[in-house]
Design a binder for this molecule. Structure first.
Ligand SMILES: Nc1ncnc2c1ncn2[C@@H]1O[C@H](COP(=O)(O)OP(=O)(O)OP(=O)(O)O)[C@@H](O)[C@H]1O
Ligand SMILES: [Mg+2]
Length: 230
C-alpha cells in the first residue's frame, strides 16, 4: 500500500533562551486508507507531533512528506494550499463560525479552495450531513445546535474537500461516551467509504482499540507501535 504520510527524523525543540526538546527522532509512516490512533500521557508530545504532521507547525529538524511531496521547503502560502487540499482537521474545540449556518460552516474549506460554490459542492455537503446525521439542522446557526451536532458539523467540514488525510486531536474530547461511540463509528464508516486515512489522538482506550494501529508516545518518543492484522 502507498504511504500517504512520512515523518523522518523529526525533532522539536520549543523555546529560544530556555530550550525544551519535546520530540526526539520520530520516524513513522502511515499507509493510505488506514485508521490510526495516537495515545500517550498528557504532555508527551501528541499534539506537537500532530501539528507537525498537519503542517500547522514546523519541526526543528527532520522531514515531513505528504502524498509523496516533501514539505520542508514550502512557504506559508504553499503549505496553506496543500493543507486545504489534502488534510482535514477535527479538534476537540471545533471552532465553528457562530454567525454561520451548519451548511455554511461545512462549505468554508470548499469556498477557500474554489471561490464559488457549485451544485456539486452543495450536494456533497448534503451527502455528508446525511452521513453524520445533521440534515435536519442544516439551516440552524452553529450556536443553535447541540454539542454533538457541532462536532458532527466539524467532521463534515473536515471532509468537504475530500481530503486524503484526516487528523483529529481528541475529536470527541467533549462528548459523552455514547456520542463518542457514534462519532467513531461514523469516522470508521467514512474511512472505509472514501479510503480516507485517519490519525486520531485519543485518551479513550476503547476508541484506540478499534483502530488498525495504536501508537503510543512517551516523553517525545515512540513507546509502542502495534498494528492489527487486517
Ligand atoms: N508552544 C509551546 N511552547 C513551549 N512548550 C510547549 C509548547 N507547546 C507545548 N509545549 C510543551 O511540549 C510538551 C508536549 O506538549 P503537547 O501539547 O504536544 O502534549 P500532548 O501530548 O498533546 O498533551 P495533552 O494530552 O495534555 O494534550 C509539553 O511539555 C508542553 O508543555
Ligand atoms: Mg494535546
Amino acid at each position: 500500500m502507498a504511504k500517504i504520510l512520512k515523518l523522518k527524523d523529526i525533532n522539536k525543540i520549543y523555546g529560544d533562551k530556555i530550550k525544551t526538546q519535546v520530540l526526539f527522532d520520530i520516524n513513522m509512516d502511515f499507509e493510505e486508507s488506514t485508521f490510526n490512533s495516537i495515545i500517550g500521557e498528557s504532555g508527551s508530545g501528541k499534539s506537537t507531533l500532530m501539528n507537525i504532521m498537519g503542517t500547522l507547525d514546523r519541526a526543528t529538524s527532520g522531514d515531513v512528506e505528504i502524498n509523496g511531496i516533501n514539505i520542508s521547503n514550502m512557504n506559508k502560502n504553499e503549505l496553506a494550499v496543500l493543507r486545504n487540499e489534502f488534510i482535514g482537521f477535527i479538534f476537540q474545540f471545533h471552532y465553528l463560525l457562530p454567525e454561520f449556518t451548519v451548511m455554511e460552516n461545512i462549505l468554508i474549506p470548499y469556498r477557500i479552495k474554489n471561490k464559488n460554490i457549485t451544485k456539486e459542492a452543495i450536494s456533497r455537503a448534503e451527502e455528508l450531513m446525511e452521513i453524520v446525521g445533521i440534515s435536519k439542522v442544516k439551516n440552524n446557526k452553529a450556536t443553535d445546535i447541540s454539542g454533538g451536532q457541532q462536532q458532527r458539523t466539524a467532521i463534515a467540514r473536515a471532509l468537504i474537500n475530500q481530503p486524503k488525510i484526516v487528523l483529529g486531536d481528541e475529536p470527541t474530547g467533549n462528548l459523552d461516551s455514547s456520542t463518542t461511540e457514534i462519532v467513531y463509528d461514523l469516522l470508521r464508516d467514512i474511512n472505509q467509504r472514501y479510503k480516507t486515512t485517519f490519525i486520531i489522538i485519543t485518551h479513550d482506550k476503547r476508541v484506540a482499540e478499534k483502530a488498525d494501529r495504536i501508537i503510543e508516545i512517551k516523553d517525545g518518543r515512540i513507546e509502542m507501535d502495534i498494528s492489527r492484522k487486517i
